[in-house]
Design a protein around this ligand. Structure first.
Ligand SMILES: C[S@@+](CC[C@H](N)C(=O)[O-])C[C@H]1O[C@@H](n2cnc3c(N)ncnc32)[C@H](O)[C@@H]1O
Length: 313
């Protein structure tokens, strides 16, 4: 007798359960995570699949099926550049792998078509914020730290709140106080208040719980170019503080996708979705040093051009 649709559904659930158990009972078994990832790929549950392949690669970065699966699902999930980097890295060590070569060629040809699209016209905090509002139809904006309203007064949106204990915006208080007293939610939150990493980590944490679905968090001053610019004491006119450490801290989070625009002192962008390329730090973020940022800047910050950002969004 032929199996019915119900039989097939029951079989599929049993297979998923068995693969899930195999991965859970032997968490250091990269192949078990990969098998579960392949199952989810077949079911087109791409975020789950990406997650499984990512776990497999953390255990064994050279496991071929995991590289294939991660590259393929990253690409389908819109993370073309991460997929390209992963395949290229693998092909350096395994230049004759035809299947990985094929995946890479397909992604590269798709990326070339995308690169022929016109350049997005943002290159500053003000212009990227207005771009996001237009692109996603955002209605509610919050700015932390407004000063002379150079940004705040130029944001075109129906509802906006600006919080600053000293000047500018609409509310005279610290960000901590504001988040404590409100349940309001926003589509876009721009963090540009006190430029100390621990405060910024707190601002991001609070912003995440006040963010609407499909919302975006933007941060200024994430890419200091000289060591004195990122000291915790403000001693130079261009003071970025150690905001970069907060960004690097959140780059470890598997459920946040974070990049930094390579313009206007480094514009951090955080979206709530799977992180295609989480980093691991060997020390707590406040102990990170300038020399480490210099050595790891591209990987830690994921510095990106406006064109790359428009595609990544
Ligand atoms: C760099 S300025 C903001 C510039 C503005 N966002 C712009 O784009 O032109 C930083 C501002 O953060 C404010 N600030 C300092 N500590 C803060 C805190 N705890 N919460 C909110 N704002 C804070 C300062 O008063 C200052 O006006």
């Amino acid at each position: 007798m032929l199996p019915t649709a119900l039989d097939q559904k029951a079989d599929s659930a049993a297979i998923e359960q068995a693969l899930f158990q195999a991965a859970r009972s032997d968490p250091q078994n990269a192949q078990a995570h990969t098998d579960l990832g392949l199952f989810y790929t077949n079911k087109m549950q791409l975020e789950k699949a990406m997650d499984c392949f990512g776990q497999a690669l953390q255990i064994d970065p050279n496991l071929r099926d995991a590289v294939w699966g991660r590259g393929f699902t990253c690409w389908l999930n819109g993370h073309g550049q991460s997929a390209i980097d992963l395949c290229k890295e693998f092909l350096k060590k395994n230049p004759n792998d035809t299947e990985i070569k094929q995946v890479l060629e397909t992604i590269l040809s798709e990326n070339t078509q995308a690169s022929l699209a016109p350049d997005p016209d943002f290159n500053s905090r003000k212009s990227i914020i207005n771009y996001l509002i237009d692109r996603f139809g955002y209605k509610k904006y919050l700015e932390i730290g407004c000063k002379l309203d150079a940004t705040f007064s130029n944001i075109k949106i129906p509802y906006k709140i600006g919080v600053d204990p000293i000047q500018g915006g609409t509310l005279r208080m610290t960000s901590d106080r504001f988040f404590e007293m409100t349940n309001d939610k926003f589509d876009l939150i721009f963090i540009d208040g006190l430029h100390l990493a621990d405060q910024v980590v707190r601002d991001i944490h609070n912003a995440l719980s006040h963010l609407n679905n499909n919302g975006t968090i933007i941060l200024h001053d994430c890419n200091p170019v000289k060591e004195p610019h990122q000291l915790r004491k403000s001693m130079v006119p261009t003071w970025n503080g150690d905001v970069w450490k907060a960004i690097v801290h959140y780059r470890q989070d598997p459920h946040l996708d974070t990049i930094v625009g390579d313009f206007d002192q480094g514009i951090g962008i955080i979206r709530k979705r799977l992180n295609p390329d989480p980093i691991r730090l060997s020390a707590p973020y406040l102990q990170l040093r300038w020399s480490q940022l210099q050595q790891n800047r591209q990987q830690w910050l994921r510095l990106s051009t406006p064109k790359q950002i428009a595609k990544w969004l």
